[in-house]
Design a protein around this ligand. Structure first.
Ligand code: 5AD
Ligand code: SF4
Length: 587
């Protein structure tokens, strides 16, 4: 047998997923192969362990072809409370966490925060405990990001620190296991196992259900990986354990993956094809969060407004997709399914006191029905993230964004007409392949023209596998990228300050989050546009109980009179406690 036993798995949409997403799963068999033993074999202490030897020989026998056939025929309808049947080379006992303590560390975007909660939900059901103390951990899992080179470098540095922790670990304790989860596991696959021998497990974004098995394999001192991408995994039945959620708000994943293939972006390669979670399971989660008293839900997805639930045959009509005017897709137009407007409508009806936000959308999927709904429904926040990436049509074409500067600007005007007072934010990349000074000036002028309330600005980072990597040249020198980035940041701040200052003198509805980080006498919350609002903690009237004097608590809605504004924060003083329905705030 080859030291790297590589089982090519052909996924079909039910069970093992589609042919298009052929991926691999490896089990490293270091004991069986002396060529690898010096660097990869377990410690003598572990070699003496008879039980594990037995385990190793079962593992060496490996999963049989029949095992994969058996799995292939079974649809993925599993209850999250059920621990999976063990594969033939593991016993049920080995699959359980045996109270081992897991330390989870999250890097990157909000999707990763949500993935951490999903991974933890799966491990918890398998008998693992969670710890927030690194020293106490038996298993350390890093949920990683690959979007830019710097994000990956941070993980490599962290791994070097963890290596010291692993080597210093006393023999009296169970060996420390380290795992890489998420995008970096998917992008680099076995390269991580080869480069960092102390990494025990790898799990790609669609393989979290397999974590108990991967950790069980790692128990015997062997490396294990599952980086299979799936066409239908949405973890719909896994209720995330919302440990990161505040008392007031939570994120709810509604779709995964991306089909857009922007030429600079690694996401379609690390997170796979676009797929949506069935509406029924989203509504169920939102209802639970409302029952728990949460006041804000952010619908989450890589392309949240491209949502399309076609989980049931009757949803699959031939209604063509309405795109924003002047926008195109890099893929064949999709049809049918329940779309984002339908979901937004349903979700916003669950609890009129619950604010609804969504991130991150793509500008192509803002048909009028979505804009109308945002305008009409009180509890859908008037806040839209509209990633532009560049203000130059030439660069946008090279990025394969599917729109020109003109189409984007027209969409901005249309959104502002449809939703008066809407707050806009955007993403921009400085120094993309072939970007000239003139292109950069175009981006500067777009920032000035739109005057965003918030912005996320990045220097371009070439990623292997992307279209830009294969077809374009990363020809903007690093110092030029950074200089352009700084210019964009300065201009964005100037414009955001101006935009935010239009709120001064207005009364705004603020959802209270808690104490301000900077002062124990101030409270902090967010306005409808998701901007931070700071105000002194003072007694006020409760409009629903006239005469009653109260102090604001996390989860309360209060009216705040805005007195000053910067590029990132508003300040004001509190007027009264109210409800979302009763508030006739604003300017
Ligand atoms: N380099 C720099 N920024 C990138 N983004 C995505 N890929 C890259 C890259 N290769 C940015 C885009 C995207 C945001 C999430 O990250 O602006 O909208
Ligand atoms: Fe990346 Fe473009 Fe997909 Fe966003 S839309 S995740 S930038 S490929």
């Amino acid at each position: 047998m080859h030291p790297l036993q590589c089982v090519l798995q052909v996924q079909r949409s039910l069970g093992w997923g589609p042919l298009a997403s052929v991926s691999w799963l490896t089990l490293r068999m270091c004991r069986a192969h002396s060529s690898l033993s010096s660097t990869m074999c377990p410690s003598p202490e572990r070699q003496e362990d008879g039980a594990r030897k037995d385990f190793s020989s079962r593992l060496a026998a490996g999963p049989t072809f029949q095992h994969f056939l058996k799995s292939a025929s079974a649809p993925q309808e599993k209850l999250s409370s059920e621990v999976e049947d063990p594969p033939p080379y593991l016993t049920m006992d080995e699959l359980l966490g045996r109270q081992r303590k897991v330390y989870l560390e999250t890097y990157g975007c909000q999707m990763n925060v949500n993935d951490t909660e999903i991974a933890w939900s799966i491990l918890q059901k398998s008998g693992y405990l969670r710890t927030s103390n690194l020293q106490e951990a038996d298993v350390i899992l890093l949920v990683t990001c690959s979007i830019r080179e710097k994000a990956e470098q941070t993980i490599w540095n962290r791994l070097h620190q963890l290596k010291a922790l692993k080597t210093r670990r006393p023999r009296s304790r169970v060996p420390l296991r380290i795992g890489i989860l998420g995008c970096m596991a998917e992008r680099l696959k076995e390269e991580i196992l080869n480069r960092e021998k102390m990494v025990d497990i790898l799990a790609g974004p669609d393989a979290y259900r397999d974590l108990p098995r991967l950790l069980a394999v790692a128990e015997s001192g062997q490396q294990a990986a599952n980086v299979l991408l799936s066409l239908d995994e949405t973890y719909a039945d896994v209720m995330p354990v919302q440990t990161s959620a505040s008392a007031t708000s939570a994120f709810v994943s509604i779709m995964r993956g991306c089909d857009n293939m922007c030429s600079y972006c690694i996401v379609p390669f690390t997170r796979g094809r676009e797929r949506s979670r069935p509406i029924a399971s989203i509504l169920e989660e939102v209802k639970k969060l409302s029952e728990q008293g949460l006041k804000e839900v952010t619908l989450l997805g890589q392309n949240v407004n491209s949502f399309r639930d076609n989980s049931e045959v009757q949803f699959n009509n031939a209604v063509p997709t309405n795109l924003s005017r002047g926008f195109t897709t890099n893929y064949k137009t999709k049809q049918g399914g329940l779309r984002f407007a339908h979901l937004l409508d349903q979700v916003s009806r669950v609890d009129p006191e619950m604010r609804i936000r969504f991130t991150s959308p793509h500008p192509k999927d803002f048909p009028d029905e979505v804009l109308q709904l945002i305008h009409e429904r009180d509890n859908i926040c008037k806040q839209i993230h509209l990633p532009a990436q560049s203000g130059s049509s030439r660069v946008l074409e090279a990025m394969r964004r599917g729109y020109s500067r003109e189409a984007y600007v027209e969409l901005v005007h249309h959104i502002r007409e449809s939703i008066p007072g809407v707050s806009l934010s955007s993403d921009f990349i400085a120094g993309f392949c072939g970007e000239t000074e003139e292109d950069h000036v175009q981006t500067v002028s777009l920032l000035r023209e739109v005057q965003y309330n918030m912005g996320f600005l990045f220097a371009y980072s070439m990623r292997q596998k992307t279209r830009a990597y294969h077809r374009l040249k990363d020809d903007v020198p690093e110092e030029v990228k950074l200089r352009r980035l700084e210019e964009l940041i300065t201009i964005f701040r100037e414009e955001a300050t101006k935009a935010n200052q239009t709120s001064v003198g207005c009364t705004q509805l603020v959802l209270v989050e808690g104490l301000s980080k900077r002062s124990a006498t101030d409270l902090c919350g967010r306005n409808d546009g998701n901007l931070k609002v700071i105000f002194p903690d003072a007694e006020m009237e409760d409009v629903n109980n006239p005469g009653l004097r109260v102090r604001a608590q996390p989860g309360d809605y209060v009216l705040v009179k805005i007195t000053s504004a910067s590029s990132q924060t508003l300040r004001g003083h509190v007027l009264c406690r109210t409800t979302l329905r009763d508030s006739s705030a604003y300017c």
